[in-house]
Design a protein around this ligand. Structure first.
Ligand SMILES: NC(=O)c1ccc[n+]([C@@H]2O[C@H](COP(=O)([O-])OP(=O)(O)OC[C@H]3O[C@@H](n4cnc5c(N)ncnc54)[C@H](OP(=O)(O)O)[C@@H]3O)[C@@H](O)[C@H]2O)c1
Length: 129
């Protein structure tokens, strides 16, 4: 598949990303936002106790990283509104039922909207259950 057609395919798509605070997921999030700004939305499933904590982790551990400098410079003063429009942090845990996503309405919305899943949540701790 050519790059053009990949970018075309991603236009207006809504993607669920797990492991976005990790190396691979974070690089994916930055690249998608940079090369296809017309992406629909990115839902980032992040381990956190509630939506505020998930959003805090998203900002602190992903968006504010040096990796996003090019994107920040490209969008300038519109960077924050671009991110708010495109990226949504969802508290969850892939090891839990329903991915740990609380609230029937939110789960329904995600099920209806999400077209692609990038699953990069992982652990290399061999003592994990
Ligand atoms: N890095 C590479 O060069 C590379 C190359 C090829 C393949 N891979 C594979 O790609 C995957 C990701 O690698 P990585 O290097 O990005 O790993 P990583 O930096 O260790 O990131 C792991 C991510 O998974 C999340 N996570 C772990 N358990 C979770 C759970 N129960 N629920 C939700 N999120 C959870 C972590 O979230 P927290 O921040 O909450 O811990 C973190 O965001 C792995 O399967 C790895 O084998 C990696």
């Amino acid at each position: 598949m050519k790059l053009d057609s990949i970018l075309g395919y991603l236009e207006s798509k809504t993607i669920l990303v797990t492991g976005a605070t990790g190396l691979l997921g974070m690089v994916f999030v930055e690249k998608i936002l940079r090369v296809q700004p017309n992406i629909g939305k990115l839902y980032l499933l992040i381990r956190a106790s509630d939506a505020n904590s998930a959003t805090y982790r998203m900002r602190n551990e992903i968006i504010e990283k040096e990796l996003f400098r090019v994107l920040r410079e490209k969008w300038g003063t519109d960077f924050e509104s671009f991110i708010s429009k495109k990226v949504v942090a969802i508290p969850g845990d892939v090891a839990s039922a329903e991915l740990g996503v609380k609230g029937f309405e939110l789960r329904e919305r995600m099920c209806n909207e999400i077209q692609i899943i990038l699953h990069s949540a992982a652990t290399v701790d061999f003592n994990d259950r």
